[in-house]
Design a protein around this ligand. Sequence first.
Ligand SMILES: C[S@@+](CC[C@H](N)C(=O)[O-])C[C@H]1O[C@@H](n2cnc3c(N)ncnc32)[C@H](O)[C@@H]1O
Length: 269
Amino acid sequence: MAGAIPATPVPDPRRTRIFRIPALHALALQALSLLAVILLLHAGWMLFGLRANILFAAFLQGALAAILSWRRLAPWWIAIQFVFAPALIAAQSLQVPPLFFLAAFALLLGLYWTTFRTQVPFYPSGPRTWESVAGLLPQQPVRFIDIGSGLGGLVLDLARRRPESSFTGIEVAPLPWAASRARAWFARRRHGGASRFLRGDYNRLDLAQHDVVFAYLSPAAMPALWRKAAAEMRPGSLLLSYEFPVPDAAPDLVVHAEAGGPALYGWRM
Ligand SMILES: C[S@@+](CC[C@H](N)C(=O)[O-])C[C@H]1O[C@@H](n2cnc3c(N)ncnc32)[C@H](O)[C@@H]1O
């Protein structure tokens, strides 16, 4: 991780449950289904002289993977499991140059990086949310951090509004992080303001170093974030979460950036 923020001994509970990660679980079930289909088709050929075409085999694998995923994975995975192998065969028949797939893979990897593990994909918040966050900041100079800062829009906007304060973003995915660094460089030349972007996992940060912690993550990330915030954040500091509440922890404030839109939740620690 870039930057000099000390690591804390709080363990990341997700590291200990690698086989519970949905994408890896789904992949393991696909591999199991592939093995079963190979054995089944081989037996059919040896015993009865039956030969199956590749699309039939792909659908058989998909059906088996979908059945195995039933009640083990979230409902949308059932559909993904069913179409995965047939979609691979269909994509191959399009005769798209392999370099295209390599480039698409590199782009998605740079953008989503550890999403398969964190279950927090990249999607940016917008100016209305930034405005609401700005309205909740204390009047005195603050140390603010966006944990999972994406393209850095929030941090850059706040740094422009509040040049006396310090604004940090930390982002695990290399592509959005590189974009936010470049944007910060241009923004500093134009408006000044103290913004910085670290690349790394926020689980390794000490949240006690910040007066306001902002998160726009996912429901899957909230229980662990709450445990970390409760253990580390100082009394009087503020935890903000856009769109996703903490299960079983009533927020001290709820703000709607736009009517009918997602809420911004806040907890005074
Ligand atoms: C929904 S986006 C929000 C982006 C930004 N905060 C905004 O408001 O526009 C969540 C971001 O968190 C990043 N992320 C997920 N888990 C992370 C982790 N453990 N450490 C650092 N960043 C993480 C993802 O890569 C993604 O870019």
